[in-house]
Design a protein around this ligand. Structure first.
Ligand code: NDP
Length: 352
């Protein structure tokens, strides 16, 4: 019988402190089930918040995996390969790539057995491993934010902060494909020009720094770019003064979607923008949309697959952290700890 190893936590806290490896025998594959080998899983900011216990959606702690104390497995996203197909399952073959149909699956493990109805099949010939492992959250969030809230037409403008995040990069590329103009705000850095060139190459119309975003004088430059066209949508993953300055650039009746709070500072919208510009200030949560907008997960995944297949969304930069199945539990823990530590410096993927 195959053994699986999982990164579990029995109490909430900093992932580096509370995650440990649990090894357990996998159950027999039932009639409607699939045996899955996990291939790759990212470390997303929300995965970390979940282990910290501060994320509103989290898996329950249970003893289902035979742990002494109730535990949950970390990770929400990842791509798995089908190793065995239950006798009653149709539409799946050995070697297929699948991803969890819902959140809180616990992707940070080597293998699992799941009902086939809990999985979505991906066309593996159309995607890289990295794209498959990270398709459900970041590019789908960008797709939904650009398509579900404002009806944007070619030539329209949007503005976003965290322009170099995985969501931001996807928004730039999807926006370009939709014929939109974009302004992306990034944090200043020594090699700023390199980043500006990189995002421009992806399709960003303009890339500006936080300082430029917050400078009154720079407003004139932005007006010279948009030439009176309204900026209809703002995407905010940062908060604080960055978001306030972003909101000031939006047109009357525009929508500001907040989907992250990387600066840990609150969103402050000046009273005048609400009264005189009638800004529509909303939150965005891709997880809530699974229920709120029927089929949103499958529909946006389908659209994103098309964009990846045609090269409109290219592979985003990330760091690979390799773990070999023959390696020790200690090495598995070390691989995740390194990935977690480095996750502030760019997207980390663990490959099994
Ligand atoms: P990445 O790890 O790819 O990027 C993180 C981004 O945040 C980088 O642009 C980074 O800039 C920026 N950043 C970090 N700290 C700060 C700070 N103090 N001030 C300003 N910018 C900062 O992230 P993801 O693309 O995976 O996620 C981005 C955000 O979106 C996260 O908050 C995540 O939780 C959220 N998210 C929300 C979803 C939802 O449904 N609500 C869905 C998907 C993501 P730098 O390069 O300068 O460090």
């Amino acid at each position: 019988q195959l053994r699986a190893r999982a990164l579990i936590y029995t109490q909430y806290g900093e992932p580096i402190d509370v995650l440990k490896v649990h090894s357990y025998e996998l159950p027999q594959v039932g009639t409607n089930q699939l045996l899955l080998q996990h291939l790759a899983a990212p470390i997303n900011p929300s995965d970390i918040n979940q282990v910290q216990g501060v994320y509103p959606s989290k898996p329950p702690l249970t003893t289902d995996l035979g742990t002494d104390e109730p535990a949950a497995v970390g990770g929400n996203e990842g791509v798995f390969q089908v190793l065995e197909v239950g006798s009653g399952v149709e539409g799946y073959s050995k070697g297929d790539w699948v991803i969890p149909a819902d959140v809180n699956y616990g992707t940070w493990r080597t293998h699992s057995v799941a009902d086939s109805s809990k999985m979505l099949k991906l066309p593996k010939e159309k995607l890289s491993l990295n794209q498959a492992a990270t398709i459900a959250v970041n590019p789908c969030s960008a797709y939904q934010m650009l398509n579900y809230y404002e009806s944007l037409k070619p030539g329209d403008w949007f503005i976003q902060n965290a322009g170099n995040s995985q969501v931001g990069r996807a928004a730039i590329q999807i926006g370009k494909k939709m014929g939109l103009n974009s302004i992306s705000i990034v944090r200043n850095r020594d090699n700023l020009q390199e980043l500006v060139d990189e995002l421009t190459e992806l399709g960003a119309t303009h890339v500006i720094t936080e300082e430029q975003n917050e400078s009154r004088e720079f407003g004139a430059t932005i007006k010279s770019w948009t030439k009176g066209s309204p900026i209809k949508l703002g995407l905010n993953a940062v908060g604080g003064s960055n978001c306030t300055a972003l909101a000031r650039k939006l047109a009357n009746d525009a929508t500001l979607l907040t989907y992250g709070g990387m600066s840990m500072k609150p969103v402050i919208i000046p009273t005048g923008l609400l009264i005189f510009k009638n800004l529509n200030v909303k939150g965005f949560w891709v997880t809530a949309n699974i229920k709120r907008i029927p089929n949103s997960r499958q529909d946006s995944i389908n659209e994103v697959i098309k964009l990846m297949d045609t090269g409109a969304i290219v592979d985003t930069p990330n760091s690979d952290n390799f773990f070999e199945l023959k390696d020790s539990d200690e090495s598995l823990l070390k691989t995740f700890q390194t990935a977690l530590t480095n996750s502030k410096k760019g997207k980390q993927i663990v490959l099994f």
